[in-house]
Write a protein that binds this ligand. Structure first.
Ligand code: 5AD
Ligand code: SF4
Length: 444
């Protein structure tokens, strides 16, 4: 089929909130809409269609979407044909309520129905509002064909698993993304090969609970470690990462792969949320402090230079100062090179939503103390890189002439003076300097 000339194409503006999976989904939606005659734009004022790809993890997510939509009213006054759509987890959670509260919205699409976006857009062109928050049987990824040949940045995300069956008491994911589903192995491999043909050298496998992956393969099931070993065979693919994992799904073969698969990077995001057994129980985390620490010891035995990253929630209902101290102690014991921390906030519909909140000032104070500890630790670990040799995958040119910037195996941003360097190169670099959020290195 002939490509629509650019001048004839309609313009699509996508605003992405939240996690890496939403970044991936936005790319795939842009590709689906490419087939429907749209190209993307960075300017909302130029757009014929605006899509908000929303996130429900943070506080007052729905309210923020409504105020963003309120601000968009003016655009629609200037351009009555402009179509406005809401996608992502807020779309899933709010559904038709969005159109009731904000009549400028033409389209609401949940994360499991993105492949239906072109049909939905066609409906809106006929003046009909379109809503789809189903969890359909068909594989949306199969229907969401990739745009052929387009060159890609050297590092890409690839969703292999969606949804979650863990039901942590604070979390909306099991409700907005639904039950845990894995994509079949051959489809993931085909997509990975296609990415590599388009210049990708590093793939981060995505899933809300990615290490629970169990994709079908030759009539049986394959674990995440099995999938990683399949990806390891792809020539030209140099680095494999995965995120986000649950401690209870760190199976033996995955731990072992950290020691034996050279393409699997020495970096692991393994949220613990709290260091207090009482709070972990109330969070319905199904692991405790001791089992988590033991697990980390096992993974580090397989891969001693592993860089660990985590998520923490402070001020969960009934968290006392002692519970919080337990979290600080765990952080000191485990040591994290990277971390994300949040003050607990209520998500309607989750079990914890009914429980009494910790005093707000107290929770804010705990968050500050936690973040102070985490950033000191993070900086110390980063400073320890000075003098070491690492591999750096160049992602873009740096600000200085002849400078490249990329990521080390441990996911640190590294600046390197390398006038001959090209995006996509992987170079051996000696770290010579550690600044606030990045490292400086020289070619070895
Ligand atoms: N309040 C605060 N933080 C939350 N997270 C998820 N739900 C909540 C909530 N209700 C955090 C968890 C999770 C990360 C993605 O977001 O730490 O691992
Ligand atoms: Fe949410 Fe992660 Fe718990 Fe699943 S494992 S419910 S995604 S916090």
């Amino acid at each position: 089929m002939a490509e629509t000339p650019s001048a004839d194409k309609k313009k699509l503006f996508i605003k992405t909130y939240g996690c890496q999976m939403n970044v991936y989904d936005s790319e795939r939606m842009a590709e689906a809409m490419d087939g429907a005659g749209y190209e993307t734009t960075d300017t909302p004022g130029d757009a014929d269609m605006i899509l908000l790809n929303t996130c429900h993890i943070r506080e007052k997510a729905a309210e923020k979407v409504y105020s963003e939509l309120g601000r968009m009213k003016a655009l629609k006054v200037d351009k009555p044909d402009l179509k406005i759509g809401v996608a992502g987890c807020v779309a899933q959670a709010e559904g038709a309520e969005i159109m009731r509260r904000q009549p400028i919205v033409d389209l609401v699409v949940g994360p499991q129905a993105y492949h239906r976006l072109p049909e939905m857009e066609a409906k809106t062109q006929e003046g009909v509002k379109a809503l789809d928050t189903d969890f359909p049987e068909e594989d949306k990824f199969e229907k969401l064909k990739r745009r052929p040949k387009a060159k890609r940045a050297p590092s890409a995300f690839l969703t292999v698993q969606e949804g979650c069956d863990k039901f942590c008491a604070f979390c909306v994911v099991p409700y907005t993304r639904g039950a845990e589903v894995s994509r079949p192995v051959d489809r993931v491999i085909t997509e990975a090969q296609d990415l590599v043909e388009r210049g990708v050298r590093e793939i981060t496998l995505l899933g809300q609970n990615v290490n629970a992956y169990h994709g079908t393969h030759s009539g049986g099931d394959m674990t995440l470690a099995g999938l990683i070993w399949e990806l390891d065979k792809i020539d030209g693919l140099e680095r494999i990462r995965f995120t986000t994992s649950h401690p209870n799904d760190m199976m033996d073969d995955l731990i072992e792969a950290h020691g034996t698969c050279s393409k699997l990077m020495p970096y692991l995001h393994l949220p613990v949320q709290s260091g207090s057994n009482k709070i972990l129980k109330r969070m319905n985390r199904s692991h405790d402090r001791e089992s988590y620490i033991k697990l980390i010891e096992r993974i580090r035995a397989a891969r001693p230079d592993l860089m660990l990253s985590g998520d923490f929630i402070v001020g969960f209902p009934e968290e006392t100062e002692q519970d919080f101290q337990d979290t600080l102690d765990l952080i000191k014991e485990v040591t994290y090179g990277q971390a994300y921390s949040f003050k607990y906030s209520t998500r309607p519909g989750t079990p914890a939503a009914e429980r009494p909140l910790v005093d707000e000032a107290e929770a804010n104070d705990r968050l500050q103390r936690l973040q102070a500890l985490l950033s000191t630790q993070q900086k110390e670990i980063q400073d320890c890189m000075v003098g070491r040799e690492v591999n750096v995958l160049y992602e873009k040119a740096g600000r200085l002439d002849g400078q490249m910037v990329g990521k080390s195996d441990y996911l640190h941003a590294v600046y390197v003076a390398d006038p001959k360097g090209q995006i996509g190169d992987i170079k051996r670099v000696r770290i010579v300097e550690s600044s606030t959020n990045s490292l400086g290195g020289v070619l070895v």
